[in-house]
Write a protein that binds this ligand. Structure first.
Ligand code: ATP
Length: 217
């Protein structure tokens, strides 16, 4: 993201890709403007939050007119589209990791999984969805040579912290952690944690205990 986006609150920044994807669709269907109610319905974010988010981008919707799609799109393009592709490595080519390798992230943004790593010899040296799989022994060398900035962790929980320590040493800036491990990293590294089992449990809990759907930020 460019420097202007630094002022945007993190919760807003997280919603940007969602807005961006929807606005691109609107634009390609020839729509010039969109109301916050329409946006709200489509992206399932309440319209007060949308209005507040958009006010950070200097996009003040006019009553009875809504937002100018082109203006918003050019803002999002500038903020979200980096000139360079962000290189991503996936570590742990098991069931989940393999699914990610087969999924084409490039469809929606500027990130690409460039390589996978594993310890199992049957996987090393193969390609999955065009992505080469390397042995963990080569982690530091390959990551440094290719200037990889982001790693996705889909390894067993027991291996997560020691792999993270190695990633930190080779200057990986961000880790998307799909393991249940709570990782310890220096403050310069950003970790986003997605624990699918916890998310599922939390969904079931909400279904059981809250009959009305409330906005949870
Ligand atoms: P998943 O959890 O993705 O469904 P799985 O059940 O097939 O995968 P896991 O035991 O969770 O297997 O391991 C995920 C992958 O991580 C496997 O391919 C395994 O070989 C690999 N792996 C295990 N230990 C390490 C390690 N220390 N470094 C890198 N990869 C590892």
């Amino acid at each position: 993201m460019n420097n202007d986006s630094m002022k945007i609150p993190q919760a807003t920044a997280k919603r940007l890709p969602l807005y961006y994807r929807f606005l691109k669709n609107l634009h390609s269907s020839g729509k010039q403007r969109v109301s916050s109610a329409e946006l709200s319905e489509a992206v399932k974010v309440d319209s007060a939050t949308i209005r507040r988010d958009f006010s950070y981008f200097g996009a003040l919707g006019k009553k009875g007119y809504g937002y100018n799609v082109n203006y918003l799109l050019s803002f999002f393009r500038k903020t979200l589209d980096q000139d360079e592709l962000t290189k991503v490595a996936l570590i742990g080519v098991g069931n989940l990791g393999t699914a990610f390798l087969n999924y084409n992230f490039l469809k929606n943004n500027n990130t690409k999984i460039e390589m996978g790593f594993d310890v199992e010899s049957s996987k090393v040296g193969t390609k999955i969805g065009d992505v080469p799989i390397y042995h963990m022994d080569d982690l530091e060398r390959v990551i440094e040579e290719d200037d990889v900035q982001v790693a996705i962790l889909t390894v067993p929980v027991s291996a997560a912290q020691s792999i993270t320590d190695r990633l930190v040493k080779v200057n990986v800036k961000g880790i998307l952690n799909f393991t249940p491990a709570r990782l310890t990293v220096p403050s310069t590294i950003r970790v986003h944690h997605i624990d699918l089992a916890v998310e599922l449990q939390s969904l079931v809990y909400f279904l059981k205990h809250y009959s009305e759907v409330e906005e949870v930020e």
